[in-house]
Design a protein around this ligand. Structure first.
Ligand code: ADP
Ligand code: MG
Length: 409
């Protein structure tokens, strides 16, 4: 076990073996990879725990522990290496984070991650913090027993049935029109714990990313406007005038209030819906939260003076949290494996030559060896001096790569 460290863990700090202090991350996906890059830029060593030998973060880290997330030996090795540990996905067992926190600072903590892992807990938490945050979630019912299925109020239909746990990118969700479809969908999901949410008339979707330190102080990025296609984020647009000022202010305040309510430490992303309620701007509804950097915050790497991953490192290590400043309008396009196949389903290489010739194009590929439809392979951020130029470049990139979502952005 490493000696208990005192925060801040300043860059350049050496460990007992004379090596730069090591920051650890549970999970080796692209979010972990970008955390590792940010940590290494400050001179830290990094350690990744992920069973996949080809994991995007494991490949670029000083240490890669290839065990399961609950493996006592793996967790012991990680704790032995690291001065502080974070997570890059919410389905890390909360008990593993609890165990690690006995050895070194862990942020976000097990309790916060446990809330984000379970839609039932998450909604209960949103409801509990509504007085402070000023927002509520979509009308919903918990579905854990056949009795609860019978008792579902009629006004929740049509709705979306979502598994309480392990859902992401629209997986573990079924849209249902009526009670018969609801019963069939729940049976199809194996009658696991679910929530049924009323299907809302969405005008727009936003997300807000906040970084909160051990001292309770927080900084946030400007709210992002997101477009999802088939439940997966396709486009994020961030520039002045893209979100009504009132809704931007309310979503920012709500995000900070929710983070405060759970004493959150680290980077937290909260997703919001804007629904048509007859008012000019529409009403804000809180959807879900991610206890980590978020796909909708990837534009911060190229359009802001500090990125969401920089702030993840700062928050974890107890370093100052500078308020981020966006220096360029930005549009981020997600690159799913679909772009690696032509219309006939034949494998192809996307036309990077043409994409990289576009002004303000920042291509990020995550080093995944196999492209599959729906798999997040990378993202492309377009930046520029003015919104019109960024939009033109984004439209051109979408054409070249055959990407959806921009037409409704
Ligand atoms: P995930 O964990 O897969 O991101 P979400 O709950 O965010 O799950 O749902 C994915 C997407 O499905 C949302 O971004 C939104 O576009 C749509 N969606 C989810 N819930 C609702 C709802 N109650 N009404 C309308 N659309 C919804
Ligand atoms: Mg979501």
């Amino acid at each position: 076990m490493s000696a208990r460290v005192n925060l801040p863990l300043l860059p350049g700090t050496l460990d007992a073996a004379g090596r730069p202090a090591t920051l650890g991350v549970m999970g080796g996906g692209q979010l972990g990879r970008m955390f590792v890059h940010a940590a290494q830029r400050l001179g830290y060593f990094t350690a990744v725990l992920d069973p996949d030998p080809h994991s995007p973060a494991g490949r670029v880290s000083h240490h890669h522990i290839q065990t399961g997330y609950g493996d006592a030996d793996g967790l012991g090795r990680l704790a032995g290496l690291c001065a502080a540990i974070t997570t890059e996905f919410e389905n890390v067992p909360a008990s593993a984070l609890q165990t690690l926190s006995g050895c070194c600072p862990v942020a976000p903590g097990a309790a916060a991650v446990a809330i984000a892992q379970d839609r039932i807990e998450e909604k209960a938490h949103f409801t509990a913090s509504a007085a402070q945050s000023g927002v509520t979630c979509a009308p919903y019912a918990v579905l854990e027993t056949p009795g609860q299925l019978q008792a579902v109020p009629a006004d929740l239909l049509p709705g979306i049935l979502k598994t309480a746990r392990l859902g992401y990118d629209g997986k573990g969700q079924v849209r249902v029109q009526d009670r018969a479809e609801l019963a069939a969908a729940w049976a199809g999901l194996g009658q696991v714990a679910c929530v049924l949410e009323k299907l809302l008339p969405l005008k727009a979707e936003y997300s807000v990313i906040v970084a909160r330190g051990w001292d309770g102080r927080s900084v946030a990025f400007a709210p992002q406007r997101n477009v999802h296609v088939d439940g997966i984020l396709a486009v994020t647009e961030v520039y002045e005038g893209n979100i009504p000022v009132v809704l931007a202010a309310r979503s920012l305040a709500a995000t900070k209030a929710i983070a405060d309510h759970i004493g959150y430490v680290g980077v937290l992303c909260i997703e919001f819906f804007v629904i048509d309620d007859g008012s000019a701007g529409g009403a804000l509804v809180v959807n879900e939260m991610a206890p980590r950097p978020h796909n909708s915050g990837h534009y911060t790497l190229d359009a802001c003076d500090v990125s969401q991953f920089d702030l993840q490192v700062h928050a974890l290590a107890g370093l100052p949290l500078p308020a981020p400043r966006q220096h360029s309008p930005a549009i981020m396009l997600n690159l799913l494996g679909d772009s690696w196949f032509d219309a006939a389903g034949q494998a192809r290489s996307p036309d990077w030559q043409a994409v990289l010739a576009l002004p303000g194009a920042h291509l990020h590929l995550y080093g995944k060896l196999e492209a599959r439809p729906g798999r997040k392979m990378g993202h492309l951020t377009l930046t520029g001096a003015d919104v019109a130029g960024v939009k033109a470049a984004a439209r051109r990139a979408a054409e070249i790569l055959g990407l959806p979502g921009l037409e409704s952005a």
